[in-house]
Design a protein around this ligand. Sequence first.
Ligand code: PZK
Length: 287
Amino acid sequence: MPDTAVHLASGKVRELYALDHERLLLVASDRISTFDVILPTEIPDKGCILTGLSAFWFARSCHIVPNHVLALRDDGRSLECRRLEMLPVEVVVRGYLSGSGWNDYLATGSVCGHELPPGLVESARLPEPIVTPATKAATGHDDNIDATAAAALVGAARWAEAEAVALALYDFAAAHAHARGIILADTKFELGLDQDGTLVLGDEALTPDSSRFWPADEYSPGRPQPSYDKQYVRDYCEALGWDKTAPGPEVPDDVVGGTRARYVEAFELLTGIRFDAYLADPQVVLG
Ligand code: PZK
């Protein structure tokens, strides 16, 4: 990265820099979090795998919504982006009942104001995908809100546009993934406005860190589904009896290797591109 880049923010596993007034640099590290804690052990190439996947989806979804990507750097883990005015709402689309959606349904029969049919089990496929807005809480955890609250934050017309874009992106990506043996259970989009007031897709998109990917051949509703990428890490941490407070445990080499292999497998299945080819020339995902 150029020494002129100014560090703006750290996410759990990513760094954000300013290149100039109009341009930002998003750099994905090899850090991994589980149960909301960053582990001391890195997963080699994870940042490149997620950046490559994100760039793949951005390049293939411009017909649905413009995005913030200006360039994919040749390090394979950095995206130069347009600076946007980000909406203060995360736009989650859920095709299946999991995580906070399942918890909310159990407690109330609804998810973010969407009344759902009775009798759904954990991980059930929903009758149709729903958009479930959330706000970033100070704790780092997201607070689910309903469409009325989202419309109050960004305006009713803008919220309607955001919902439509998010559903179209989900439908497109879920169909692509399903044809390759992967269920896109849910995914979170971050949208912003450019200088013209045009709605633009920002952040990362449709990666394992912003989505729940499930192996389709193991799908079995009525229980939590194994995660495509993090299941070895979770199983190892659960077996340790770790109390899920920081600092997380070191993870042994076989768990690291198994996890890396799952990230690579997800990349190769979804993109149809060998990960070696991406490392040799990251621009292959933009084709
Ligand atoms: C923006 N974040 C999240 C925090 C990270 C990422 N195109 C954009 N314009 C303005 N702001 C952002 C973006 C994007 N993407 C993204 N915060 C602001 C974030 C910390 C580290 F890598």
